[in-house]
Design a protein around this ligand. Sequence first.
Ligand SMILES: [Zn+2]
Length: 150
Amino acid sequence: MIPLRIGRLSLRIHVVLALIAGGLALLGGDLWLRYLLLVGTLFMHELAHAAVALALGDKQAVVSLWPWGGVAHVEAFGDIREAVVALAAPAANLAVAAGFALAGARFDLMLGQCPLRDFVFTANLLMGVGNLVPLPFLDGGRAFRILRKA
Ligand SMILES: [Zn+2]
């Protein structure tokens, strides 16, 4: 793990992420770029959890990224703030997807159709919607558990 610290935010990024991207680059094509865009989407998701938790009073937050996923370690407030932290990341994904959808027609006119733009849109849409499903291990489940008690 590569540790980085920015104020109250700690980042832990597994070095195998770079090795996988490098290996995919050796295969040719844009698979390595799609992998990095997917990791970037996941990173943005976890960063949204951490940023909102810090804004709501967490003393520190840790974002860990592995080749198989990521997690934001934040305090469990046990109240409405926890639901806000849980919903912040899917909302960020959906905002990025909406931005790419709204800007898509303009980009297509200026630059021609871009499959990587569609990839980022789809990754963010799926990550946003998928995490809103109210299952216990997903963001939607955490928010549902808190909001049900409120
Ligand atoms: Zn999440």
